[in-house]
Design a protein around this ligand. Structure first.
Ligand code: NAP
Length: 293
């Protein structure tokens, strides 16, 4: 990217969070901006403030054209918007702001789209690896562990599929109940002590907890049956050990990088009307983070 090409017409986009220096979004979006040859730049904004909602509105008034929002500002982004997509409204948090013609923010949540991108990679890998066994790319029994922000996006993506039996497990069961009630999806809720049995009978296990970032009580992976898939929404060090153990036990695995790139792609398409190259960004992120899916 040539900095001398920046002019008074160059559009500004970015990611807002606290902290934000770890974010891969500038890497992803500037790659796509360069590929699409649009006159724009994407930066990271470290916003530590008691007035985040007003600050986000001010960024829009100051001419920032689009924002991604990361923790802990996703609820504030929702409040800062004048207009909210159906998915954003269902999830109650936003990760993308798009400036409308009146200079006001429209909020969306692209994590659901990102989750679907990653799930589609995983199911294609499953169909390919199953060879002659007759397995299809369609999952029938899924276990979702976690009911935080990422868990809500996963539940939204999985919970409206009538042919999929969904079981949700969360450390704090009341949050799983609230999630199912508020999204109005069909799902069984089981206690953590029933997790082992649920994992054994599932063909898809989604880990949407942040446990890998801390003490990380590791999930126990039984020997896999053909086609059993493990999808950890974390990536890098937070997911590597758990997914390595799953692979050793024969599970087909996916970490959260494809979801990250998928949600970014949905934001990029809404801002620029261009569908970007997922594989190129995924390779760049993989090389920045290390590890493997
Ligand atoms: P969050 O809203 O804070 O929710 C955290 C979830 O993890 C809750 O369900 C919590 O259970 C559970 N949890 C935390 N520590 C635990 C432990 N030691 N044992 C069992 N459960 C535990 O976080 P989030 O935003 O949903 O993020 C969750 C994960 O998804 C993070 O690793 C994040 O990096 C990842 N993520 C990835 C993407 C992507 O694009 N790939 C996007 C968003 C998030 P309680 O309800 O009991 O507290």
């Amino acid at each position: 990217m040539n900095s001398s090409n920046i002019s008074a017409k160059t559009a500004l986009y970015g990611v807002v969070g606290d902290p934000v220096s770890h974010s891969l979004s500038p890497l992803i979006h500037n790659l796509w901006i360069q590929e699409a040859q649009v006159d724009a730049r994407y930066l990271a904004f470290h916003l530590k403030s008691d007035s985040v909602v007003e600050d986000l509105r001010s960024l829009g008034r100051a001419g920032v054209s689009g924002l991604n929002i990361t923790l802990p500002h996703k609820a504030a982004a929702f409040a800062a918007a004048s207009n909210i997509s159906d998915v954003g409204r269902a999830l109650g948090v936003a990760n993308t702001l798009i400036l409308d013609d009146n200079g006001a923010w429209r909020a969306d949540n692209t994590d659901v789209a990102g989750f679907r991108v990653a799930l589609s990679r995983l199911s294609q890998g499953r169909a390919t690896s199953s060879g002659e066994s007759g397995l299809t790319d369609k999952f029938q029994r899924a276990v979702l562990i976690g009911a935080g922000g990422a868990g809500r996006a996963a539940a939204y993506a999985l919970g409206f599929d009538d042919s999929l039996q969904l079981t949700i497990v969360n450390r704090t069961p009341e949050r799983a109940v609230e999630l199912v009630d508020s999204l109005q999806i069909e799902a069984d809720i089981v206690e953590f002590r029933a997790l082992e049995a649920a994992i054994k009978s599932a063909d898809l296990v989604v880990n949407a907890t942040s446990a890998g970032h801390s003490d990380g009580t590791a999930l126990q992976w039984p020997e896999a049956r053909p086609g059993q898939c493990a999808f950890d929404l974390s990536y890098g060090a937070a997911a590597d050990d758990a997914l390595r153990a799953a692979r050793v036990a024969g599970w087909i695995t996916e970490d959260g990088l494809a979801m990250l790139v998928g949600q970014a792609a949905e934001s990029f398409t809404q801002w620029f009307g261009v569908e970007p190259d997922l594989d190129q960004a995924l390779a760049a992120c993989r090389s920045a983070v290390g590890g493997g899916a």
